[in-house]
Design a protein around this ligand. Structure first.
Ligand code: GMT
Length: 380
């Protein structure tokens, strides 16, 4: 098939999923056209089936807010027509789904039928989407898409709860490339970070408030009173300054390293003993899956879809949001010499359920179903 993929090209989870999906589809012989405002971060290799089309936003003194959605819709029309695409797959509802629905209507007026698949990722529903300033448009564009997927059962439930949705939503979870995310031997790195055999705790996120990075620091502070440990914080975002101040206040700044935005996260995860994800909201928790694939057990909140990934008492533990005390006790339990190896193996075993080799065919099958339905409706 010839597939157009629209996503946020930056470091967010939805952009990573969209880019890895496109790369996987291209390897399977599909022609994939990314339509974004800049080159997706993970679109880092050449493949004859991969194409990139940049959305150019013309500004004008009259525009206080340049109309990105219109530029995107126009670009989608252009690419569908001239590359003869079979399907558009947009990731993150705002504003990608509404722009795709507009492009679909424009193309229909010219006699071209283009099936639109929308994937809901999380905050497009649970945080931003349900805000009254966007809700009517999000509801309309979900209902007008030809196929809709959500990354967890919990996100599907939340979408039905907060929006008046009249169509079926299919759950297709996040996935992982187990060849890329595997425990590598990085002993020199571990020795450099933990010279005295300390346990290594890792958190990766975009440092937004919903990630509750201060809980990570407080849990680490408590754990390190019992078990010598180091904390690596990967990523960057609005909360970073506040988190640095908190580390200074707690007197643990020397035990914590801020690594910023890293490309090769799997190298850090390869030497980690524990991953912490105490999020307020998390539709799936791709960062935790990446950790599990590298044999790292997870201490997390029970927010959103996390319990579908982190199995309580097996791959790690889940606790109520903000229950730092329980998360600390669970972290100490996992880190004890008697338990660590079992949790590591369990984490890897469960991660295998989300192998890209298993999940990618679910998207391919869904594309076929949606395309057939659209084409047969058009013929009637
Ligand atoms: O919050 C993020 O990490 C970014 C956000 C995004 O859309 O870019 O991630 C969401 O989508 C990911 C991929 O489907 C999910 O794994 C994350 O759980 C989800 N984040 C939230 O729901 C907060």
């Amino acid at each position: 098939m010839k597939i157009g993929i629209v996503c946020y090209p930056t470091f967010g989870g939805s952009g990573v999923v969209a880019t890895e999906l496109g790369k996987g589809l291209a390897k399977n012989g599909h022609e994939v056209h990314f339509i974004t405002y800049s080159q997706p971060t993970r679109l880092d290799f050449f493949n004859e089936n991969l194409f990139y089309h940049e959305v150019n936003i013309r500004s004008y003194p009259l525009f206080k807010y340049p109309p990105y959605e219109l530029a995107l819709a126009s670009k989608m029309v252009d690419v569908v027509k001239f590359e003869k695409l079979d399907l558009l797959h947009v990731h993150y509802a705002i504003p990608h789904a509404s722009a795709a629905v507009m492009a679909k209507q424009i193309l229909k007026s010219e006699g071209i039928e283009i099936p639109v698949v929308t994937t809901l990722h999380g905050t497009d529903i649970t945080l931003v989407g349900k805000d009254p300033s966007y809700e009517p448009v999000v509801t309309f564009s979900i209902n007008q898409s030809d196929g809709v997927t959500a990354v967890s059962e919990d996100l599907k439930k939340d979408t039905y709860k907060h929006f008046n949705i009249t169509r079926e939503i299919k759950v297709i979870p996040n996935f992982i490339d187990l060849e890329k995310f595997q425990r590598l031997r990085k002993d020199h790195f571990k020795t450099a970070i933990c010279p005295n055999g300390e346990k290594l705790i890792v958190h990766t996120s975009n440092f937004r408030k919903v990630k509750r990075v201060d809980d990570v620091v407080r849990i680490f502070n408590e754990v390190s009173k019992t078990v010598p440990a180091r904390l690596l914080l990967v990523g960057d975002g609005p909360e970073r300054g506040h988190i640095e101040s908190l580390c200074r206040e707690l007197g643990i700044y020397d035990e914590v390293r801020f690594l910023g935005k890293l490309e090769a996260v799997e190298e850090v995860l390869s030497v980690a003993d524990l991953f912490v994800m105490p999020s307020e909201k998390e539709s799936f928790g791709l960062a935790a899956l990446e950790a599990m694939a590298c044999q790292v057990p997870v201490i997390s909140s029970n927010a959103g879809g996390i319990p579908e990934l982190n199995i309580d008492g097996v791959t790690g533990y889940t606790s109520k949001i903000g229950d730092i005390e329980e998360m600390t006790q669970n972290a100490l339990h996992i880190l004890s010499e008697d338990n660590l190896e079992t949790f590591k193996q369990n984490a890897l075993e469960h991660a295998k359920q989300f192998d890209i080799e298993k999940i990618l065919p679910m998207y391919e099958e869904f594309y076929r179903e949606v395309s057939e339905a659209v084409l047969s409706a058009a013929q009637q």
